[in-house]
Design a binder for this molecule. Structure first.
Ligand code: NAD
Length: 474
């Protein structure tokens, strides 16, 4: 395979850089692309271009922005195969998962187009207080201007679209810094938006390191908001250096799933196995901790082991592959040490956990104590724990007993127990009779505690990406 060269995208055209770096397929280390490495000067060029782009976007009507996003959605649908291929080359995820991500990107763009059409202020009942007598008041929503988007490696296209779609829908320009490990689909997306008719400077992609390009984006006064998805550690750094900018943070998780005694076990296993091991567990709402009622834990565990054994490990471009690799060999080594830590704390390793280069076989742990890293941290790898419970309230407490709270799930046929869990689980979303990894691209999505601040889903993100202006008429 010859590695193609990719420039950045700024002001409606390709922006080269003096330095290039290599993107490698983590599965076998082969070089898949050579990419321009941006720096502070590239970011400066992007800020200047985005100022122009913000003016052009603000001048479009809601319908005009919606139509732009619909044209982009149509082009993405046309080019799904190409985007899926790029996704696999940059992330190393299996091609069939990459295709799902590209198809979801279409849905995110359509949902953003709808959000643009429906963007509205409200009439304020201002004479409900004495001071408002004789006045009419309405609010309108105005764009913020330039929005900085910083994204992680694991879903480089759809997570970017969850920022770019609503930002453009709200009439803003975007400067996007993708993960240095996965810049390819962002650059291709910029070309696609250009083809769809996006004004020059509306969407700019600057590659490069978090420390240099990311930090300049976070601290530049022209950038009015940072929308970040990534680790809690980097999220805290960004929050601390963003000053008075608006900041939304979609951070990590270690999702807990409860399987009650009356649950449909076949369905629970059918959903929880991919929920734990898709993209080698490198999804923020991957199922990491499963709590199963003691009356069915043995049966559930056996079904889970059998279904996991059927997963095929192989090259990510092979259509039959379920598990390819983690993002790097270093990450694979870390995951193996976390499994060792759980075992040292008293857990039993029932299957998996062997590493070859960046690949780790799907690992299933039983009886993991709360003190293990697996119970409280984010493993971000193909590892799941199965613990038994007798009392539902104690299982809910166990799910809650972590610094994170992105989404949680429960399988049960009992309405009272389902809604007790839904009310008591401390998470941004609770999924009944499905896995915490469930996400439809138009629903509100985000975390509590160290899982983040703010909500995505185009209709919700557009609220965060626009300003309320009051107009009051005497
Ligand atoms: P990361 O935090 O290491 O990097 C994310 C992005 O931040 C990258 O683009 C990186 O270059 C940039 N960055 C790093 N340091 C920076 C700095 N000082 N200033 C500005 N930008 C900086 O995350 P990752 O390893 O790429 O992704 C994995 C993490 O993302 C996991 O914790 C996962 O849970 C989380 N994640 C969360 C969600 C969600 O929706 N909540 C979705 C996907 C991934």
């Amino acid at each position: 395979m010859t590695a193609q060269e990719h420039a950045m995208w700024v002001g409606g055209e390709a922006l080269p850089a003096s330095r290039m770096y290599e993107v490698r397929l983590p599965y076998d280390g082969s070089v898949t692309a050579r990419v321009a490495e941006g720096d502070a000067a590239s970011l400066e060029a992007a800020c200047e271009a985005a100022q122009v782009g913000a003016g052009s976007m603000a001048a479009l009507s809601n319908a005009g922005r919606s139509d732009l996003l619909l044209r982009a959605a149509g082009l993405l649908q046309r080019d799904v195969a190409e985007f899926a291929n790029l996704l696999t080359l940059e992330t190393g995820k299996p091609i069939k998962e990459a295709r799902v991500e590209a198809e979801r990107g279409y849905q995110t763009l359509v949902a953003s187009a709808i959000a643009a059409r429906e963007l509205a202020g409200e009439a304020i009942p201002i004479d409900g207080v004495p001071a408002g007598r004789g006045r009419l008041a309405i609010t309108i929503r105005e764009p913020l201007g330039i929005i900085g988007a910083i994204t992680p490696f694991n879903l480089p296209l759809n997570l970017a679209l969850h920022k770019v779609g609503p930002a453009l829908a709200g009439g803003n320009a975007v400067i996007h810094k993708p993960s240095e490990r996965t810049p390819l689909t962002a650059i291709r997306l910029a070309q696609l938006l250009h083809e769809a008719g996006a004004p020059a400077g509306a969407y700019n992609v600057v590659t490069g390191s978090g420390g240099e390009v990311g930090q300049k984006l976070v601290t530049d006064a022209r950038v009015r908001m940072i929308t970040f998805t990534g680790s809690a550690a980097v999220g805290k750094l960004i929050r601390a250096s963003a000053g008075l900018k608006r900041v939304t943070l979609e951070l990590g998780g270690n999702a807990g799933l409860i399987v009650d005694g009356d649950a449909d076990l076949d369905l629970a296993v059918e959903r929880a196995v991919p929920g734990a091991f898709l993209y080698s567990g490198q999804i923020c709402i991957s199922v990491q901790r499963i709590f199963v009622h003691e009356s069915v834990v043995e049966k559930f565990t056996n079904l889970f082991l059998a279904a996991t054994a059927k997963l095929r490990i192989g090259h990510p471009l092979d259509e039959t592959t379920d598990i390819a690799s983690l993002i790097s060999e270093e990450e694979a080594r870390r995951v193996v040490t976390w499994i060792g830590d759980a075992v040292a704390c008293g857990a039993t390793l029932l299957a998996g956990g062997q590493r070859t280069r960046a690949t780790v076989t799907p690992a299933i742990l039983a009886n993991v104590p709360p003190s293990a890293k697996m119970s409280c941290g984010e493993v971000f790898g193909p590892v799941v724990s199965i613990n038994a419970f007798s009392d539902l309230n104690a299982a809910i407490d166990a799910v809650n007993n972590t610094p994170y709270g992105l989404q949680a799930g429960i399988f049960t046929q009992n309405l009272e127990r389902a809604f007790r869990a839904a009310r008591r689980l401390h998470a941004g979303g609770v999924i009944i009779n499905d896995i915490p990894g469930f996400r439809a691209d138009n629903m509100p999505y985000g975390g509590v505690k160290e899982s983040g601040v703010g909500r995505e889903g185009p209709r919700y993100a557009i609220e965060e990406m626009t300003e309320t202006k009051l107009i009051c008429w005497r």
